[in-house]
Design a protein around this ligand. Structure first.
Ligand SMILES: C[S@@+](CC[C@H](N)C(=O)[O-])C[C@H]1O[C@@H](n2cnc3c(N)ncnc32)[C@H](O)[C@@H]1O
Length: 264
């Protein structure tokens, strides 16, 4: 049997330790990156909102339609050139746009490919294509506005106090419960209920396309039914159902009247 040199054993042990250390560092960096990603997560809805405001999805969708199956991806410069209402130079807009597009692509909301010239080309993917549909775009846009509304955000600043000392973050921030606040704040009420309605209409449309269990229902109460959108969609599809929308008096007072719908 060959004699093993002590120095080879030492080298082997050193390399084994180094490998373990590298693996630990790799795991640590992955963990760190994950937490960093969570810390910066609040930027994503802001960036998405800018993309919607600038009509980026429409620009990419128009390019897709015009190419009709070919490579329709665009560079930041090509997108910038098509942004409506721009008074900055294409280069200035493209420079900022590049960062926005990169964030969206990193979060899987756009496709990004390297171009031959070394730049990056962007295109829609399955997720961003959702924003081409008016109902989905309306729903997502409303949620983005609601989630970054200063009155909504203020309650988060009290979350840790609420956990430590008890209480409801929204009440701590505004001195009253959410639904009382909305009674006194028409703008926030419209923002909140408009968002709820847009979301509920979207989901209920899909539910009604697949769920058939309502055929045997005769009377249906929607507790906290808001503007009554869900119930009205149900009762117009199933006209034999007697729908009762139960909500707070000030919500019912402003809700549209739907045929076949009783409000309490
Ligand atoms: C999250 S929203 C949902 C609205 C509605 N389901 C929709 O999809 O648009 C909750 C609803 O519960 C209602 N609500 C809150 N407290 C209530 C109460 N004590 N009695 C009846 N409705 C209440 C609110 O006014 C609001 O319309």
């Amino acid at each position: 049997m060959d004699r093993v040199e002590p120095s080879s054993v030492l080298l082997f042990l050193f390399l084994r330790d180094l490998e373990t250390t590298m693996e630990d560092m790799e795991t640590d960096s992955q963990a760190f990156l994950k937490v960093m990603e969570a810390s910066f997560a609040s930027l994503l809805p802001l960036v998405l909102k800018v993309a919607i405001q600038l009509g980026l999805v429409n620009i990419l969708e128009t390019a897709e339609r015009e190419q009709d199956g070919g490579d329709s991806s665009l560079t930041a410069m090509e997108i910038a050139a098509q942004v409506q209402g721009r008074t900055a130079s294409v280069e200035q807009t493209a420079s900022l746009l590049n960062r926005i597009l990169r964030i969206l692509a990193n979060h899987g909301l756009l496709n990004a490919t390297s171009s031959r010239s070394g730049g990056i080309r962007y295109g829609l993917n399955q997720s961003s294509r959702v924003l081409v549909q008016p109902d989905s775009l309306d729903c997502i846009s409303r949620f983005l506005l609601l989630l970054e509304d200063p009155d909504a955000l203020r309650s988060y600043s009290n979350a840790h106090d609420a956990l430590l000392h008890g209480g409801i973050p929204f009440v701590m921030a505004h001195g009253m419960p959410l639904y009382t606040f909305m009674q006194q704040n028409q703008m926030f009420k419209q923002l909140f209920h408009g968002t709820m309605s847009a979301h509920s209409r979207l989901i209920m449309g899909k539910v009604l396309d697949t769920y058939e269990g309502l055929q045997t229902v005769h009377s249906l109460v929607d507790v906290g039914g808001g503007n009554g959108d869900c119930l009205s969609m149900i009762t117009s599809r199933y006209t034999h159902i007697r729908g009762i929308n139960l909500d707070l008096a000030y919500i019912i007072a402003d809700a549209p009247s739907y045929t076949g719908l009783k409000v309490v």
